[in-house]
Design a protein around this ligand. Structure first.
Ligand code: FES
Ligand code: FES
Length: 160
């Protein structure tokens, strides 16, 4: 018996018509079907934030979302916001502030931060902390991450 369902979605602006098995998460779809491995699998249970992507602009844990729920949705991954020769200001700020240590948390952190900055271009430190509260980092102690996000916000506002 085939329980797969037809789903139409976009990923980084590109449209896909897929046949989604009932148990396929968006995280697995992105990594294993599209090869978009920038989105990381840290826990597969919604506890680390490494798998954060944007769904219609909102940050979500892609390990908790099924592909069959995504009909009509627009998904943005870390690959969709910048490229190696043209980094997004958040990506550049993570590099400039030495945030990338093991780097495993960075894509999810950046996508959570992007969701915040798209909604609030001038966030307070508290708002930044709150936006990344679901994203774990085992390496940095978070201060550099918060500084990097605040710096990127300033650059995006044209201040520096
Ligand atoms: Fe999704 Fe950890 S892999 S929250
Ligand atoms: Fe290693 Fe954040 S840099 S988990």
């Amino acid at each position: 018996m085939n329980d797969a369902r037809a789903v139409r979605l976009t990923v980084n602006g590109r449209a896909y018509d897929i046949s989604a098995p009932p148990n396929e998460t968006i995280l697995d779809f992105l990594r294993y079907r599209l090869g978009l491995v920038g989105t990381k699998n840290g826990c597969d249970t919604g506890n680390c934030g490494a798998c954060t992507v944007l769904v219609d602009g909102k940050a979500v844990n892609s390990c908790l979302v099924l592909a069959v729920e995504m009909d009509g949705a627009g998904i943005t991954t870390i690959e969709g916001i910048g490229s190696p020769d043209r980094l997004h200001p958040l990506q550049q700020a993570f590099v400039d502030h030495g945030v990338i240590q093991c780097g495993y948390c960075a894509p999810g952190m950046i996508m959570a931060a992007k969701s915040l900055l798209d909604e609030e271009p001038g966030p307070t430190e508290e708002e930044i902390r709150s936006a990344i509260a679901g994203n774990l980092c085992r390496c940095t102690g978070y201060l550099a991450i918060i500084k990097a996000i605040a710096s990127a916000a300033g650059i995006m506002r044209g201040e520096k």
